[in-house]
Design a protein around this ligand. Structure first.
Ligand code: PMP
Length: 433
């Protein structure tokens, strides 16, 4: 049997940091990453045969758990028909129809391969339509790794403590204005000064890349109102939240937006059911600006790939209200147990939760976390020992305090029981950090 350490040593000579995506590295928590070789239901198994309860869920797609029988069967059937045709085929419209039927305002859809591509294309579309250049984003929100969106980005950029990315030109950086999240006055000021040049505001429906941060009551509605007032588009990034959060009171697509709609949505993760698919969607008159009906170019060799479409269709067909009820209830249970364990160990913290997505922020009990400055000011050093205690007890958490925890419909009582058993020891480790 090859050990995790041997696999990591080899990987590190072949790939920067031994990974193909920085969030997978154990950079901020230390230690040797576990190399996973199989996944089933709520569990991951590493190269050494150790089984973990998975709270990463492939970073979001695994709403139904790993290897859901209906998804695997659909993928096998699609593979048997051919890996791709480079032509139109029927299952593209099936997935598009499922998205449209659940998201008011998503009249037309363009499939792409990654969330990065979805947001990048949405921004090009907004610029093409408005003939303006500036994009407003919020500090701590992550929208993928396209040049203009890396300023003050969350996720791995936050974990590594970077202000942005080297290699982004001054010209690109100067066309992105970053505003603190939940700061209405700052947003108003930016529009007062640059309103005529702003093509779009892009925001996560609920930020979950600086840990989870709830939009304050009316904040998303203000973005809608102010963009409309100034002739800019509102891009609602639901790559993480779309088809995952449905709770009443949630302001996103799958929870229904009350009384208003963004101009463009972006989706990813769950709609691909674990394979590389993402999408942008919006009203017909906006979407028809995309080539070939309009002048804004986007193309993709693998866009709408039939195997990925099959995984997405099977996932959305099986994402029933019972699935969401289960995931919401289990998330509530784990979040409550997390708080109880940390309280018992005397660790100052807040559990940040919106619907079934949640994360922990240490040293933030007094204020909670409402923006990136507060997320960054937390006692992040407590997370490494907490993470490793959970890992040693057989629970795989995201290896960064800035990432959300993901549950699935496959997390049954046995899996949840293992998480609950592990929490008190991990809370003690956090206390001693
Ligand atoms: N937007 C959001 C809100 C995300 O969370 C992510 C990825 N975590 C992306 C965009 C980028 O998606 P991808 O990694 O598929 O490029």
């Amino acid at each position: 049997m090859t050990s995790n350490q041997e696999l990591f040593d080899t990987a590190s000579t072949l790939m920067p940091g031994g990974v193909n995506s920085p969030v997978r590295a154990f950079g901020s928590v230390g230690g040797t990453p576990a190399f996973m070789v199989s996944a089933e239901g709520p569990y991951l198994t590493d190269a050494e045969g150790t089984e973990y309860v998975d709270l990463v869920g492939s970073w979001g797609p695994a709403l139904l758990g790993h290897k859901h029988p209906a998804v695997i069967a659909a993928v096998h059937a699609a593979v048997d028909a051919g890996l791709g045709f480079g032509t139109s085929h029927p299952s593209e419209a099936r997935l598009a129809e499922l998205v449209r039927s659940r998201v008011p305002g998503a009249e037309m859809i363009r499939m792409v391969s990654t969330g990065t591509e979805a947001t990048m294309t949405a921004i090009r579309l907004a610029r093409g339509i408005t003939e303006r250049n500036i994009v407003v984003k919020f500090a701590g929100c992550y929208h993928g790794h396209s040049d203009g969106l890396l300023a003050a980005a969350g996720s791995g950029v936050a974990t590594l403590g970077l202000p942005g990315s080297a290699g982004v030109t001054q010209a690109q950086a100067s066309e992105t204005i970053v505003v603190e999240y939940n700061d209405r006055a700052a947003l108003e000021e930016v529009f007062a000064e640059h309103g005529d040049s702003i093509a779009a505001v892009i925001t996560e429906a609920t930020p979950a890349n600086m840990g989870v941060v709830a939009p304050e009551e009316g904040f998303n509605a203000l973005i809608r109102e102010i963009t409309e007032r100034h002739g800019a588009l509102m891009i609602f990034d639901e790559v993480m939240t779309g088809f995952r959060i449905t709770e009443a009171g949630y302001w996103g697509a799958s929870g229904r937006v009350e009384g208003w709609e963004p101009d463009l949505f972006t989706f990813g993760k769950v709609i691909g059911g674990g394979l590389p698919t993402a999408a942008l969607a919006g009203r017909r008159e906006i979407m028809e600006h995309l080539a070939p009906t309009g002048p804004v170019y986007h193309a993709g060799t693998l866009s709408g790939n039939p195997v990925a479409m099959a995984a997405g269709v099977a996932t959305l067909l099986n994402a029933t209200s019972q699935v969401y009820t289960h995931v919401d209830e289990k998330a509530q249970l784990v979040a409550e147990a997390l708080t109880a364990a940390l309280d018992d160990a005397g660790v100052d913290h807040s559990v940040q939760k919106v619907g079934s997505l949640f994360s922990v922020a240490f040293g933030t009990a007094a204020t909670g976390v409402h923006n990136y400055a507060q997320a960054q000011a937390q006692e992040a050093f407590r997370y490494g020992p907490f993470f490793h205690a959970m890992l040693d007890a057989g629970v795989y958490l995201p290896p960064s305090v800035f990432e959300a925890w993901f549950l699935s419909s496959a997390h049954d009582d046995a899996a949840i029981g293992r998480i609950l058993e592990a929490l008190p020891g991990a809370a003690k480790a956090a206390a001693q950090a």
